[in-house]
Design a protein around this ligand. Structure first.
Ligand SMILES: Nc1ncnc2c1ncn2[C@@H]1O[C@H](COP(=O)(O)OP(=O)(O)O)[C@@H](O)[C@H]1O
Ligand SMILES: [Mg+2]
Length: 366
């Protein structure tokens, strides 16, 4: 096959718009390989983020586009795969051992659904084909032991230095809720919070994770400060509800991360509309378009909108979030789209080159 044909096919595939991601394959950073096989063209699309939920759709779209572009070739075979690499965290911090990318989930206000979003986002990233962990960094009100259905369990230590994360629904997790009871956590002061958060992060033996999702407490307090100064965060997702007040506070949270150079990946609008349990009618209870406006104002993507649906509360609070309780359902599909878009936004960030190679120590000859 002439080089010009290969280049034409690559250009045609790179220009394909993937509605789910709201970008073209080229903009999403896809690497496109074209091979001529006997009587066929093979097109391999290599992504930097997991996309199991839309893999078949992309393959179909690529096949159709290449067939249309090169009608003389009888067979076109398309394949999609992905490899997830570490993206540069803020301030040149070194990525955590065993974790390629930390994604923090933050908001200004409590009760907007950060923990619910974190749990479903983590499970959805796993469903899309990544190795995932979920760190519960809310030391005053840990929710993840309950949301993942494993409260009361205790992590073990094999080496006396690090804790083994617990595993729930296929993801690794750690929470202060596994280590102390609730009444103890309530009396911690600033330095203690910093110490607990750093210990949970650095002294858990995470195993080869593509993403570690961190569920933050509300506000811009000690945990956020610790995270932005000591923990290598690849990106932050901001959760907001559409009300004006919630968005004002979300904006403050967002500015804080901007100031410390932690990359903002986008906004998830939670409780964006109310789904009537009787007739399934969707009503924008708190006003429409708030998340989109905030995203546009800050120049970051709206990663998705999750309805106020009592199924989400019931399933998540019962330890089986929608992504695992009803994997084919519309709620799981919405969370999986949020996961793909979050991971795709992260894949557009520069790869971490600094820590890719082992450190070479040059010793002077004596
Ligand atoms: N989209 C939603 N639809 C229905 N209930 C929700 C939704 N998101 C969160 N909730 C519920 O709202 C409550 C607060 O959510 P949570 O995730 O704990 O908030 P935060 O971590 O921001 O304080 C929980 O009971 C949760 O089940
Ligand atoms: Mg919470």
């Amino acid at each position: 096959m002439p080089d010009s044909t290969v280049a034409d096919i690559q250009r045609c595939v790179a220009g394909l718009r993937i509605a789910d991601l709201d970008t073209t394959l080229g903009e999403a950073g896809a690497r496109i390989e074209v091979r001529a096989a006997e009587e066929a063209i093979e097109v391999a699309v290599h992504l930097g983020f997991p996309a199991a939920g839309i893999r078949a759709d992309i393959e179909t779209a690529v096949t159709a586009a290449v067939r249309a572009a090169v009608p003389s070739v009888p067979t076109v075979r398309a394949s999609v795969d992905w490899a997830i690499v570490a993206r540069s965290p803020q301030g040149g911090l070194t990525p955590l051992p065993g974790v390629r990318n930390i994604i923090a989930v933050a908001s200004g206000k409590g009760g907007v659904g950060k923990s619910t979003t974190s749990a479903n986002l983590a499970l959805a990233l796993a469903a899309e084909g990544a190795r995932v962990g979920l760190l519960d960094a809310d030391v005053y009100g840990p929710s993840q032991p309950t949301m993942l259905g494993i409260s009361g369990r205790q992590p073990e230590s094999r080496d006396g230095k690090t804790f083994e994360p617990l595993v729930a629904h296929g993801i690794e997790t750690m929470s202060v809720g596994f280590l102390v009871d609730d009444s103890q956590a309530m009396i911690w002061r600033g330095p203690m919070v910093t110490q607990v958060v750093t210990q949970l992060t650095f002294q858990t033996a995470w195993h080869d994770l593509d993403y570690l999702v961190v569920d933050l407490p509300p506000g811009t307090g000690d945990t956020q400060l610790t995270l932005s100064q000591k923990v290598p965060v690849a990106g932050v997702v901001i959760v907001t509800t559409p009300q004006q007040v919630a968005m004002q506070v979300a904006r403050r949270g967002l500015k804080m991360f901007e100031k410390v150079d932690v990359p903002l990946l986008g906004i998830v609008e939670n409780m964006s509309s109310f789904v009537c349990p009787k007739c399934s009618h969707e009503e924008p209870l708190f006003g429409a378009g708030g998340g989109a406006d905030l995203a546009a104002e800050c120049g970051i993507p709206l990663l998705g909108a999750i309805p106020l649906d009592r199924t989400i509360r019931a399933q998540t609070d019962a330890g089986r979030p929608p992504v695992v309780a009803d994997p084919q359902g519309v709620l799981a599909q919405r969370y999986r789209q949020v996961a793909r878009r979050t991971a795709a936004a992260l894949a557009r960030r520069p790869a971490d080159q600094k820590h890719k190679f082992p450190r070479i120590v040059v010793e002077r000859a004596r």
